[in-house]
Ligand binder design. Structure first.
Ligand SMILES: NC(=O)c1ccc[n+]([C@@H]2O[C@H](COP(=O)([O-])OP(=O)(O)OC[C@H]3O[C@@H](n4cnc5c(N)ncnc54)[C@H](O)[C@@H]3O)[C@@H](O)[C@H]2O)c1
Length: 363
């Protein structure tokens, strides 16, 4: 089977789980299990067909290392579920910092924050690295609030002729100007903001969907999230959350008044490390206008939760490349992302993405 050559931007916890997963699910090893996968194969591609051929970061403890080593460098703190990682041959290159590094991150414990190198790469070097590595698609894992940086790397991907999987809440697939740029170059695009495998978003959406199907009026809801990784530390700066807020409001489908919905990162609790805890409350009114409420607590390791979805999004993006399909992949975006250009119910998105994988629909 052919390989899927990817470039990673941001070698943080999510990238660590992805790279560990590629090794964990390597069919030739003793770990050839299917536990935790939505698809063992996507259009014939296995997780172990994904190869990391290029990577960019800004942290001095990661730049210069093979990706297989960089993923275990601080401040990464996610659970190690696969210790034996094959060398990738891809050395993490210095990127461009732009707004990837928030000012408040300077004042934190070095073991918990980013430590950027001073000398940045220039755009031409990044594009040359992408071309020389023969990368086919780029996977974006920058910190929340990296608006300029995401657009910068998406521009590099376009220029080097790569597909793009946008895992973060900055709008590329759901921005008509950007989606057109990818469509014009016939390059596939999936996004925006990855919807984790069994995360707070999918759970919250399922609860709201159940209300709708059972005729219960949704009155108000919240989702409070805590965690102790750099993602949560970064999000302490609330000015970085504008797009994130919009992306997360997609949970309810119907528009609730702002005062009746609160969804977002609520606090940074260092000892939680990469464990995320979500408290979800949904209040409604059922038969006879009688009130009811549900409280749920979800506790989950944050980064494997996103990698379990990224591993399918990447393979769908590759299928589109194989089939010569460019522009937004709508079914994959709706199923794998919180903020796709076209929202679908999760049932519909699931049906559509299965049809896409089987080659029964274009996007
Ligand atoms: N875990 C999930 O389930 C989930 C769900 C949805 C979205 N996300 C998003 O995925 C993204 C990645 O999450 P994470 O936990 O890996 O974050 P992280 O903080 O562990 O990693 C971010 C990485 O980006 C690097 N970086 C910062 N600025 C950079 C730049 N300009 N160029 C290159 N690299 C740069 C940092 O050094 C770090 O290695 C976040 O935006 C997060 O919100 C995660």
């Amino acid at each position: 089977m052919r390989k899927i050559r990817i470039a990673i931007v941001g070698v943080g916890n999510c990238a660590s789980s992805l790279v560990q997963g590629i090794n964990f699910y390597d069919g030739s090893s003793a770990n050839g299990t299917r536990i935790g996968l939505m698809h063992r194969q996507v259009g014939g591609y296995r997780p172990s067909d994904i190869e990391i051929v290029a990577a960019f970061d800004i942290d001095r403890r990661k730049v210069g290392l093979d990706v297989s080593k960089a993923i275990f460098s601080p401040p990464n703190c996610t659970k190690v579920f696969c210790e034996k990682i094959k060398l990738t041959g891809a050395i993490v290159k210095m990127g461009c910092v732009l707004d990837g590094y928030a000012p408040h991150m300077r004042d934190q414990d070095p073991l918990r924050t980013f430590l950027p190198l001073e000398k940045e790469s220039i755009r031409e070097e990044i594009i040359a690295e992408l071309k020389n590595s023969s990368a086919e698609l780029m996977v974006n894992y920058l910190p929340v609030g990296s608006e300029q940086a995401t657009r910068f790397y998406a521009g590099c991907a376009l220029e080097a002729g790569l597909g793009f999987v946008n895992n973060i809440p900055v709008f590329i697939a759901s921005d008509p100007t950007w989606s057109k740029r990818f469509a014009d170059r016939n390059l596939p695009l999936i996004g925006d903001d990855i919807k984790a495998q069994m995360g707070a978003t999918i759970l919250h959406r399922a609860m709201v969907d159940l209300f709708r199907k059972r005729g219960v009026k949704l009155v108000r809801t919240y989702q409070l999230n805590t965690g102790g990784n750099t993602d949560f530390l970064n999000m302490l700066n609330r000015t970085r959350l504008a797009s994130k807020k919009t992306s997360m409001q997609s949970v309810t489908g119907e528009r609730l008044a702002d005062e009746n919905i609160h969804i977002g990162p609520s606090d940074y609790v260092p000892w939680q490390l990469d464990n995320k805890i979500a408290f979800i409350r949904v209040e409604g009114r059922l038969f006879g206008d009688v009130p009811m409420e549900i409280d749920v607590k979800l506790s989950v390791e944050d980064s494997p939760n996103s990698a379990g979805v990224a591993i399918d999004a990447i393979r769908c993006c590759k299928l589109a490349l194989d089939r010569g399909i460019g522009g937004v992949l709508h079914s994959a975006s709706a199923y794998f992302s919180k903020h796709p250009p076209v929202q679908m119910t999760d049932d519909e998105a699931y049906r559509c993405v299965e049809q896409f994988i089987r080659g029964e629909r274009e996007s």
